[in-house]
Design a protein around this ligand. Structure first.
Ligand SMILES: C[S@@+](CC[C@H](N)C(=O)[O-])C[C@H]1O[C@@H](n2cnc3c(N)ncnc32)[C@H](O)[C@@H]1O
Length: 295
C-alpha cells in the first residue's frame, strides 16, 4: 500500500525552524525569498547590502537538509538601487559556492504577461532568475517528465539547411550537426530549453509576490518523483506545498508571517487536504500523521 502524502506548514523563521528537519532528507528545495527590501511595505525585507549575510545561515541549513542527489532552485532578482542593478544576487552566488554549493545552472523565467510601463533609463522587467544549486554533480533529474512538443522546428530548420548540411550522414561524419538534426527529425517531443515562458500569478490579491503554480510544478516534475520531499522555506501563500501535494509529493513549507501562514493554511483546507500545521510549538493535524521528516 502506498503511504499517504504528508504536508507540513510551519509558522516561524526558517533560520530556526529548518533546524527541526532531518539532515539529507529533502529531494527538492524550491523557493522565492524576499528580493531584498523590494516589498518592505508588505512583508518586511532585508537591506540589499545585508542580503548575503542574512541568507547564508539559512542556506547553511538548506545544505544540511538537502539529500546529496537533491536540487535547490532559488527564484530571485536583483532590484534597482540608485539607478543601478544591485549586485547582491551575484555576491550571493559566489558566497553560496564558498559555502559548498555547486552553481549548476540558471533558468530564466520569462514573465509572459508583465504589465506595460515606461521608465527613463530602462525597459519593463520581464524576467527573473531561477538559480539551480546542487550538493554534487550527480543529482536526480527526470528530463522526460518535462518534454515539449517538437512543433514545426525540425521541418523548418531542415528546410533552411544548406545542401552540404543535408547530405551529411551520421554514419560518415560522426557526431556533427547533421547527425543531431537527423536524430530528432521524426520525433514528436523534444527537451525544453532553460527559458521558461510562464505568466505571472494574477489570481491572488492577498499576497504581493505569489509565483504561478506552473513554476514549482515544472521543477517538481523535473527533479522529483512521487512521495519525494519538497521544501519551501519562504512559503508565502503556500503555492509550492499545495502544488507538491497535488502532485503526490510530501512537502514542508515555512512562513514567518502569521498573515501569510493563515492564508496558506486556509488554501490547503479549501482543497480539503489532510495537513499537519505547526504553530507556536504546538501541532494541529487535520488527520493523525506520522512526523516523518521532522525531528
Ligand atoms: C516572495 S514571498 C514567497 C511567495 C510564495 N512563493 C507564494 O507563491 O506565495 C517570500 C515570503 O517569505 C517570507 N519570509 C521572509 N523571511 C522569512 C524567514 N526568515 N523565514 C520564513 N519566511 C520568511 C515572507 O513573509 C514572504 O511571505
Amino acid at each position: 500500500m502506498t503511504s499517504p502524502v504528508e504536508t507540513k506548514l510551519i509558522l516561524g523563521d526558517s533560520k530556526d525552524k529548518l533546524k527541526s528537519i532531518e539532515s539529507n532528507s529533502i529531494d527538492l528545495i524550491v523557493t522565492s525569498p524576499p528580493y531584498a527590501d523590494s516589498r518592505s511595505s508588505t512583508y518586511g525585507g532585508v537591506k540589499p547590502d545585508e542580503y548575503v549575510e542574512w541568507f547564508l545561515p539559512i542556506s547553511c541549513e538548506l545544505l544540511r537538509v538537502l539529500k546529496p542527489d537533491g536540487t535547490f532552485i532559488l527564484n530571485i532578482k536583483e532590484k534597482v538601487v540608485n539607478g543601478e542593478r544591485h549586485t547582491y544576487v551575484l555576491e550571493l552566488i559566489l558566497a553560496l559556492r564558498q559555502q559548498g554549493w555547486l552553481w549548476t545552472e540558471e533558468f530564466m523565467w520569462h514573465k509572459r504577461n508583465s504589465y506595460p510601463g515606461k521608465w527613463p533609463n530602462r525597459f519593463r522587467d520581464s524576467w527573473e532568475r531561477l538559480l539551480q544549486f546542487n550538493k554534487s554533480r550527480r543529482f536526480n533529474m527526470y528530463q522526460d517528465a518535462v518534454m515539449v512538443p517538437m512543433g514545426d522546428w525540425a521541418r523548418t530548420r531542415l528546410k533552411n539547411l544548406s545542401d552540404t548540411d543535408k547530405v551529411r550522414d551520421p554514419s560518415k561524419v560522426g557526431s556533427g550537426f547533421g547527425k543531431r538534426i537527423a536524430n530528432w527529425i521524426d520525433r514528436d517531443m523534444a527537451y525544453p530549453t532553460n527559458v521558461l515562458h510562464m505568466a505571472t500569478e494574477t489570481g491572488n490579491k492577498n499576497h504581493s509576490a505569489v509565483f504561478p503554480e506552473s513554476l514549482p510544478e515544472w521543477f517538481i516534475k523535473l527533479f522529483t518523483k512521487e512521495r519525494d520531499w519538497v521544501l519551501d522555506p519562504f512559503a508565502g501563500s503556500g503555492t509550492t506545498i499545495r502544488v507538491a501535494r497535488r502532485m503526490a509529493r510530501n512537502s514542508i513549507g515555512i512562513e514567518v508571517l502569521q498573515e501569510y501562514y493563515d492564508q496558506a493554511k486556509a488554501k490547503l483546507l479549501d482543497a480539503q487536504q489532510y495537513i499537519l500545521f505547526e504553530h507556536k510549538e504546538t501541532y494541529e493535524a487535520t488527520r493523525p500523521q506520522r512526523r516523518n521528516g521532522l525531528r
